[in-house]
Design a protein. Structure first.
Lengths: 307, 460
């Protein structure tokens, strides 16, 4: 299922938890792992200068400097590299763009990232005009699933026993569902299919009657039965849960109840201003707060075989 | 005649040569070798005799030393009226000296000329419109850069830039395959949000042939996608050439005249091959000057014109808004105070300032002019290649104070800057002087404001 994995790292402690998962996946799935770091942002006009993404310093990048950064990366991950064949790569560019470029060039099956947003970084001014976080942009455009790991994840993926798929019935969410199914079949995990009826943002503060809410819940149930359930063949066991509330809160609560090892969701923010979506999107909120990894799947390319 | 391995009179025509320059961090060895570079005085005088135009000769001779150019120069103002920053002094003490001495100058003097030509003049040509005789020091400095280049006295980054143009026909190492693949990639990435979006390559007889700055496909391909989205929304029949897509010319900054010709000819060849009705240049200032204003002369075109009518991006945007091909959603117009950075190259040198104002009238509710403005506006502070040269970082940062104060005086926190170079300079300015401003190209701004016709919206 994962033949090629791209671990996009800041090569700093922010990504330590993600690193652990990335190297573990490489071993367990016998995959080709690319450890990839975008070290600095280039200028728009002609100039050899880049702003180092870790120090915020202006650097003139030459082959030696790239080599030095790659050496640093090797040192950072030396304990993993003892039993890994990972390819280490450092490049100059706009982080989300270079991650997407690499993912496309190598046709990877999975991207792994830490939940790094740029705010804590020193070179923040340069990034101001590059609105939105790297994770958001990669999640939106990547053709493969991306997994964001912000907290320690000690369970080996092969031992995952609970996978939560949250859907909002969008096209993208269907891809997320297919990924959840594929993984649940492969690792023989239980699948928890979840939908939250959004009772706040949709109604502009109006209060829905109990009947209305219940009708919405029933409607969602019918949609799941029709569209999703027929595809659940081969999944060890599954359950379906529909609740009302604020979607990200409900997703998090349910993930906790079921002790989910992974939350799978779609990332789509087409309708929302990217600057607002930074704080507003459900997936972002779940990523920031979930205690388990979150997979974002937006495109059908890598999951089309689940039919 | 001593020549360095990196710093010499040779042009950079092979990848090996280019790589050896790139491997020399910040040009450390390059500049060290420059100290031993011998001036071929005979060759220098020879080239002057062949290329020194009567216009320049007249200009140098009729200068009355009146000093009226002094305050036109942002370097002079930013350096508290240092007499050494008076444009007429700067050119008389460099190019003027070389000519008067018939090329008999030494290494020290050539290095001094290089420092003045790159760190004290951005070739913005503002002084030319304040001189009572119309003497254009910026144009003469461009010429001086050419003389210096022929003798190997050019900043390290400029030498690399010319090498890129000579080898890749672009200011960055992008091959035809890289470029075409980037076009496919961007169409692929954005077509979901913009159904039917295409980036057509090498379509003959299109209405528009679009050309770019190599930094876009290299590092910021979104820019290309944004251009495609706007052409798509405007319903344009457009294309990009697979070769001859690079509009910029670092060779112009460096004074590598042969590479200048080589570069623009790739674009003209594309025009002749694809026969578009018009060419549109991306949001870049010097690219327009190089390919549209100066290029026809470099290429020896008798008409003095490009093979097909060539317009800058601001001209296309103004036209699209005027004719209603693009419509701005009135509720999305910019409400906050906003100002516009006039790029010297397409506003002062190209006369396109009024198109920028026309665009502002459609998109901004509180547009604030800088003082002075339009063709009288100052250089961003990083023009003429200065942004990219490490050796002159400090001088550049001082010069930026003039633009900083102009922006602050408008009270606007948003600066529209449709030029890669100005964009960089304004960003750097914010980093150095912490003004609390934002800056943007036109394309993302327009996409956020434009009305999307029903049939072009994505299904959900």
């Amino acid at each position: 299922m994962f033949k090629k994995i791209l671990f996009a790292t800041t090569a700093s402690p922010t990504c330590d938890n993600a690193a652990m998962v990335a190297f573990d996946l490489e071993l367990k799935w016998n995959a080709k792992l690319f450890v990839f770091h975008v070290l600095g942002l280039p200028t728009r006009g002609y100039s050899p200068f880049v702003t180092d993404s870790r120090t915020g310093e202006t650097e003139s990048v030459d082959p030696d400097y790239l080599e030095w950064v790659e050496e640093e990366m090797r040192n950072t991950y030396d304990k993993y590299l003892e039993e890994s064949d990972a390819e280490i790569d450092a490049v100059v560019g706009n982080p989300h763009r270079e991650i997407l470029r690499k993912a496309r060039a190598e046709d990877v099956d999975l991207i792994i990232m830490g939940a790094h947003t740029r705010e804590e970084d020193i070179g923040a001014t340069r990034y101001r005009s590059v609105v939105g976080s790297t994770m958001q942009k990669v999640a939106k455009a990547a053709r493969c699933p991306i997994v964001i790991i912000s907290r320690p994840c000690t369970t080996c993926w092969k031992l995952f026993s609970h996978i939560l798929v949250a859907t909002d019935f969008s096209k993208a969410a269907f891809s997320a569902f297919r990924f959840g199914v594929k993984l649940a079949r492969e690792v023989k995990a239980e699948l928890h299919l979840f939908h939250a009826v959004d009772i706040e943002t949709l109604n502009n503060g109006q209060i829905s009657s109990q009947e209305e809410i219940e009708e919405k819940l029933a409607h969602a149930r019918r949609r799941i039965d029709k569209k999703y359930v027929p595809l659940l063949k081969g999944v060890k066991s599954y359950d379906i849960e529909i609740r009302e509330g604020t979607p990200y809160v409900e997703v998090l609560k349910y993930a906790r109840e079921k002790q989910a090892d992974l939350v799978v969701m779609a990332h789509h923010t087409r309708e929302i201003d990217p600057e607002l979506a930074l704080l507003g999107s459900t997936v972002e909120q779940v990523v920031l707060r979930a205690s388990c990894p979150v997979a974002s799947v937006n495109h059908p390319d890598k999951v089309a075989d689940v039919a | 005649m001593p020549e360095g391995t990196l710093c010499n009179k040779l042009t950079v025509d092979t990848k090996e040569h280019l790589d050896s320059l790139l491997a020399d961090k910040s040009g450390k060895v390059y500049y060290k070798e420059m100290n031993d570079l011998e001036v071929n005085q005979k060759a220098l005088w020879g080239i002057i005799q062949k290329t020194f135009r009567s216009r320049f000769k007249t200009w140098l001779e009729i200068c009355a030393h009146c000093g009226l150019c002094a305050e036109s120069c942002f370097h002079y103002t930013a350096n508290n009226g240092d007499p050494k920053q008076v444009p007429s002094y700067k050119i008389q003490s460099t190019l003027g000296e070389i000519v008067r001495r018939k090329g008999k100058v030494d290494n020290d003097f050539m290095q001094h000329c290089m420092d003045v030509a790159f760190a004290q003049c951005s070739c913005c040509t503002r002084c030319g419109i304040y001189c009572p005789f119309g003497i254009d020091m910026g144009i003469m400095f461009s010429y001086l850069r050419g003389l210096l280049f022929s003798q190997g006295f050019t900043p390290w980054e400029m030498k690399i830039g010319t090498g890129m143009h000579r080898i890749y026909h672009a200011q960055m190492d992008i091959t035809t395959e890289d470029w075409v693949d980037t076009c496919e990639w961007m169409a692929e990435e954005y077509e979901e949000d913009w159904p039917g979006l295409k980036i057509p390559v090498d379509v003959e007889s299109a209405d528009i042939m679009y050309t770019v700055n190599a930094r876009e496909p290299k590092h910021y391909p979104e820019d290309l996608a944004e251009a495609a989205i706007l052409f798509h929304l405007a319903g344009e029949n457009w294309t990009v050439p697979s070769e001859g897509w690079e509009e910029t010319s670092l060779a112009m900054f460096a004074g590598d005249w042969a590479a200048c010709k080589m570069q623009v000819e790739t674009v003209y060849d594309a025009m002749e091959r694809l026969k578009p009705k018009r060419m549109v240049v991306t949001e870049c200032g010097h690219a327009y000057r190089a390919t549209v204003l100066e290029g026809p002369y470099w290429a020896g075109r008798k008409s003095g014109q490009t093979p097909v009518e060539s317009i800058h991006y601001v001209e296309w945007v103004a036209e699209a808004l005027r004719t209603g091909k693009l419509k701005i959603d009135p509720s999305k117009k910019i409400k906050e105070p906003v100002t516009y950075q006039d790029s010297c190259n397409y506003v002062r040198n190209g006369g396109l300032g009024h198109f920028a104002r026309e665009i502002m009238s459609y998109v901004a509710e509180d547009f604030r002019e800088m003082t002075p403005t339009k063709e009288h506006n100052y250089c961003c502070g990083g023009g003429g290649g200065l942004n990219g040269i490490g050796r002159y970082r400090e001088q550049r940062n001082i010069g930026m104070k003039v633009k900083r104060d102009q922006i602050l005086d408008t009270g606007a926190k948003l600066v529209i800057s449709p030029c890669h170079n100005c964009w960089d300079a304004i960003r750097d300015m914010e980093e150095i002087y912490h003004m609390g401003i934002r800056w943007t190209f036109l394309k993302p701004l327009l996409i956020s404001m434009v009305e999307v016709p029903e049939h072009l919206k994505p299904e959900e």
